[in-house]
Write a protein that binds this ligand. Structure first.
Ligand SMILES: [Zn+2]
Length: 102
């Protein structure tokens, strides 16, 4: 990646940080350090995986903001567990998953 392309990715990441509220979505969690915040998939998009800062991922988040939650590492794990629990319960009912399964 060229230097200017890298700068564009960093700038887009900063814009997304502001757009998503500048801090973790976890209740009473005020983590606001960009280095400690991640975009967690809720609904499927073209891009999969946990990679952060990669160009494809950043542009996917820009295009599909509703498919992501903005959370710290702790709340990312919590979100994954909640999602897994709800999907497992729905499977018991014979219903399709509502959330993205990795
Ligand atoms: Zn948090």
């Amino acid at each position: 990646m060229t230097n200017s392309a890298n700068k564009a990715v960093i700038r887009t990441r900063e814009i997304l940080h502001e757009k998503f509220g500048g801090e973790c979505w976890g209740q009473d969690c005020h983590e606001s350090d960009m280095a400690n915040l991640e975009f967690a998939h809720i609904f499927p998009t073209q891009v999969k995986g946990r990679g952060r800062g990669r160009k494809e991922r950043i542009y996917d988040i820009s295009k599909n903001p509703g498919a992501y939650a903005y959370v710290c590492k702790y709340h990312h794990v919590e979100l994954d567990l909640i999602r897994k629990m709800i999907n497992a319960g729905r499977e018991n009912l014979g219903l399709p998953p509502v959330f993205f399964n990795k």
